[in-house]
Design a protein around this ligand. Structure first.
Ligand code: C2E
Ligand code: CA
Ligand code: CA
Ligand code: CA
Length: 278
C-alpha cells in the first residue's frame, strides 16, 4: 500500500465510500419498506422426525427491494437495529406471523405454534409482554401458539432477563433459545429461567457426519435438554446422514433444507396443509 502511496489510499477510501453510500441508501429505503409492502415473511417448517409431521414453523423476514430484489435479514436486520427501526419492523413481524397463524388455524390447519425471532433491543423494550399481549388480542391468537426465539447473548444480565422471561411465560408465551451453544454465557441460567426449548445451532450440525467433536457436543446438548425437561430442536439439517445421527441421539424435532427450505405462506399451504385446498 505504501509503494502505491496515494493511489492505494484513494482506492481504499473509494471502496469505503461506496459501502457507506450503499448502507445509507438501504437505510433510507428501509424506512419506507413496510409502508410500501416490501416486507414479507417466509415460513420454515419444523418437523417431528418420527412421523414427519409439521409441529411448528419459524417466521423469517424478507425484504423485496424494488431494484435489488430479495434482501436477506442478515443484511437489513443489523441496519434496523442500528437505526431503531427494529421496533417498527419487529412489531410488523410479530403481528403478521400471529395473523397468518390464526388464519391457518381458522382454515382448519394444524394447531401448531409460530416461532418469531426477537432482536436484543426488542427483548429489552419496555412493556414487551403488554405489547405482545396486545398483538395476540388484536389477531385473536392464543399465547401458546407464539414461540419467541431469543439468544444466549440476551441472557447476560440474569436478573433482567429472568424478569422479562417470567412475564412472557406467565402469559403463556413459549420461549426457545436460538443458536444454542454459540454464546459465551454460563449454563446456570438454564436451571433458573423459564425456557421451553433449546435450538441447536447449525454450526454444530454442518460437519456432524465427520467431526467427532461436533457429534459429541450435539449428543450432550440433547441429553442435557432431556434431563432438564426441555424440548430440543436441531436446525440446519440438510442431508439424510445428518438426520440419521440426530435421530440416533434421540433428537425428535428437526428444521432444515432436508425437509424444507423457508416457504411462502402459499407454499406452506400447498405442501403441508392438503386439506386447506378447498
Ligand atoms: P436464524 O434464526 O438462525 O434462522 C435460520 C437461518 O438458517 C435462516 O436464514 C434459514 O433460511 C437458514 N436455514 C434454515 N435451514 C437451513 C439449512 O438446512 N441449511 C442452511 N445452510 N441454512 C438453513 P435467514 O432466513 O437468512 O435468516 C438469517 C437470520 O436472520 C436468522 O437466523 C435470524 O437471526 C435473523 N432473522 C430472520 N428473521 C428475523 C426477524 O423477523 N427478526 C429478527 N430480529 N431477526 C430475524
Ligand atoms: Ca431463529
Ligand atoms: Ca438459529
Ligand atoms: Ca444460526
Amino acid at each position: 500500500v505504501k509503494k502505491n502511496g496515494k493511489n492505494g489510499y484513494q482506492f481504499y477510501t473509494g471502496q469505503l465510500n461506496a459501502q457507506m453510500k450503499e448502507k445509507i441508501e438501504l437505510e433510507a429505503d428501509l424506512r419506507q419498506a413496510i409502508q410500501r409492502n416490501q416486507i414479507f415473511l417466509d415460513y420454515q417448517p419444523q418437523i417431528r422426525a418420527g412421523d414427519s409431521q409439521m409441529i411448528g414453523v419459524e417466521a423469517l423476514v424478507r425484504w423485496n427491494h424494488p431494484t435489488r430484489g430479495i434482501i436477506s435479514p442478515g443484511v437489513f436486520i443489523p441496519i434496523a437495529e442500528e437505526t431503531g427501526m427494529i421496533y417498527e419492523l419487529g412489531t410488523w413481524v410479530l403481528r403478521e406471523a400471529c395473523r397468518q397463524m390464526k388464519e391457518w388455524h381458522n382454515a382448519g390447519g394444524p394447531l401448531i405454534p409460530v416461532s418469531v425471532n426477537l432482536s436484543s433491543q426488542q427483548f429489552h423494550q419496555s412493556h414487551l409482554t403488554e405489547h405482545i399481549k396486545g398483538i395476540l388480542k388484536e389477531v385473536d391468537l392464543q399465547p401458546q401458539y407464539l414461540e419467541l426465539e431469543i439468544t444466549e447473548s440476551m441472557m447476560m444480565d440474569a436478573a433482567v432477563s429472568s424478569s422479562i422471561l417470567h412475564k412472557l411465560t406467565e402469559h403463556g408465551i413459549r420461549i426457545s433459545l436460538d443458536d444454542f451453544g454459540t454464546g459465551y454465557s454460563s449454563l446456570s441460567y438454564l436451571k433458573n429461567l423459564p425456557i421451553h426449548k433449546l435450538k441447536i445451532d447449525r454450526s454444530f450440525i454442518r460437519d456432524i457426519t465427520v467431526d467427532q467433536n461436533d457429534k459429541a457436543i450435539v449428543a450432550t446438548i440433547i441429553s442435557m435438554a432431556q434431563h432438564l425437561n426441555l424440548d430440543v430442536i436441531a436446525e440446519g439439517i440438510e442431508t439424510k446422514e445428518q438426520l440419521e445421527i440426530l435421530m440416533k441421539n434421540d433428537c425428535k424435532e428437526i428444521q432444515g433444507y432436508y425437509y424444507s427450505r423457508p416457504l411462502s405462506a402459499d407454499e406452506v399451504e400447498e405442501a403441508f396443509f392438503a386439506p386447506l385446498r378447498i
